[in-house]
Ligand binder design. Structure first.
Ligand code: PMT
Length: 401
């Protein structure tokens, strides 16, 4: 997802410096070419060799290094960056940047860059709430510097409070958001995700293997592109992407209610949820006792939420999913037409590497006018981006009308 992106990771001195190693891993795994700059105090906590090994690039520690200055000095580093991250950023570094002080490799390169700068502060809670620090952060925010706020928790100094470096995953998410153009700015997008659970009695339910990964990837990607995102999610073990409004539901009936209550706010609805087609006719108030060798469950059809959306007079741009094990295109095309959709993602769930409860997926996207686009095996994050690329182009002409 960060293929061909040049990222500078500035590490300043604090116990949280070790977490920058994890952040570096996330960035390189996503394809970014990362150059690390360490302050002198950062090197007291983690050795440059660790960052050098994991980034496969030399680590920059000295402003005046004749050899590296010829090959890749601070100006050349600053120029080539798509994004500049400082994590952890101490009160000292933030104060220097805010005050225009450039007296080492890190501060000099930040000063020289035209790239977006993303700062992840980490410090003692009293430093973090000190009005001098607050002024510095405010000033930098006004100038367009981006911040990933620290978390509240037990700090290395023994205090409990705000100042703990944000989780590497949160900084990574903010980095991806900073590098994503805001093609869906001003839109409100609803994504449904996960399974629904249809209770039989207080301890049993009918459901399916949906993990929510596809829907959550779409929600995160839509949010990174600048849209407001309402994520209506069945029961899953995932954390909602930052900045997304999460509405938790259990059953298909609850999902229907949640979707219908908010659809008026949305310009696009993406239904990645695997809604249970049937529910038990009755829900027993008490646990059904084991009795005979056979037990017959009577099921009744659930409302089709997507079809109901398709019948709305003022309907949003509608994107469905069709999980199919055979007759992929025919099955999906039928659903596209019957449910009155704009696009459908025909999801081939016949192979173990795609569909339910895995990190990868393969699909074919069908459009209303008969066109289609192949999406070979890729990560669910990549597929989410592909789907949103198509939504952006298909949806824009409507917006302009
Ligand atoms: O969650 P993961 O583990 O990441 O797996 C992802 C996924 C396989 C669940 C996802 O990619 C997917 O294919 N979701 C749709 C699954 C599905 O229910 O397909 P369907 O063909 O049964 O339904 C067609 C469409 O109608 C879907 O958009 C579904 O949300 C919608 N529907 C279905 C039934 C119903 N009662 N109401 C609905 O709105």
């Amino acid at each position: 997802m960060l293929e061909r992106k040049q990222v500078i990771l500035g590490v300043s001195g604090g116990i949280a410096a070790y977490k920058a190693v994890q952040l570096l891993r996330l960035l390189t795994k996503a394809g970014a070419d990362v150059h690390v700059i360490m302050t002198r105090s950062a090197q007291e906590f983690v050795t440059p060799l660790t960052f050098q090994t994991l980034s496969a690039n030399p680590v920059h520690t000295e402003l005046f290094n004749l050899i590296s200055e010829q090959q890749i000095g601070h100006i050349s580093l600053a120029d080539r960056a798509d994004l500049f991250i400082i994590a952890p950023a101490t009160a000292n570094i933030i104060g220097k940047v805010a005050g225009g002080i450039a007296d080492d490799m890190l501060t000099t390169t930040v000063m020289a860059t035209k790239a977006k700068v993303l700062i992840a502060p980490a410090m003692n809670v009293n430093m973090y709430t000190n009005p001098i620090y607050r002024d510095n952060e405010e000033r930098l925010r006004r100038l367009g510097y981006l911040f990933v706020p620290p978390e509240t928790g037990e700090l290395a100094c023994g205090w409990i409070g705000e100042g703990k470096l944000a989780a590497p995953e949160s900084i990574f998410e903010a980095a991806m958001a900073a590098l994503t153009s805001k093609t869906l700015n001003g839109q409100t997008i609803m994504v449904t995700a996960g399974p629904t659970r249809e209770e039989i009695d207080p301890v049993r339910f009918v459901s399916n293997h949906s993990s929510g990964k596809m829907g959550y990837a779409l929600a995160g990607a839509a949010r990174r592109r600048g849209s407001r995102v309402i994520l209506v999610s069945g029961p899953v073990g995932l954390t909602a992407p930052p900045g997304v409004e999460l509405v938790r539901v259990e059953s298909a009936a609850e999902m229907r209610e949640a979707v219908m209550a908010r659809v008026g706010e949305c310009s696009v609805v993406i239904k990645a949820a695997a809604v249970a087609d049937y529910r038990s006719v009755e829900r027993s108030e008490t646990k059904i006792k084991k009795q005979n060798d056979e037990l017959t469950l009577r099921l009744v059809k659930n409302p089709d939420i997507l079809a109901e959306l398709g019948r709305l007079e003022q309907r949003p741009f509608l994107v469905g999913f069709a999980a199919e094990t055979d007759s992929l295109e025919a099955g999906a095309a039928k659903k596209l037409a019957e449910k009155n959709l704009d696009m459908i993602v025909a999801n081939d769930v016949s192979q173990p590497d795609a569909g339910f409860n895995v990190d990868t997926n393969r699909a074919r996207i069908l459009f209303r006018d008969g066109r289609s686009a192949e999406c070979p095996l890729m990560s669910k994050n990549e597929l989410a981006d592909r789907i949103l690329d198509h939504i952006t182009t298909e949806f824009s002409p409507r917006r302009e009308r």
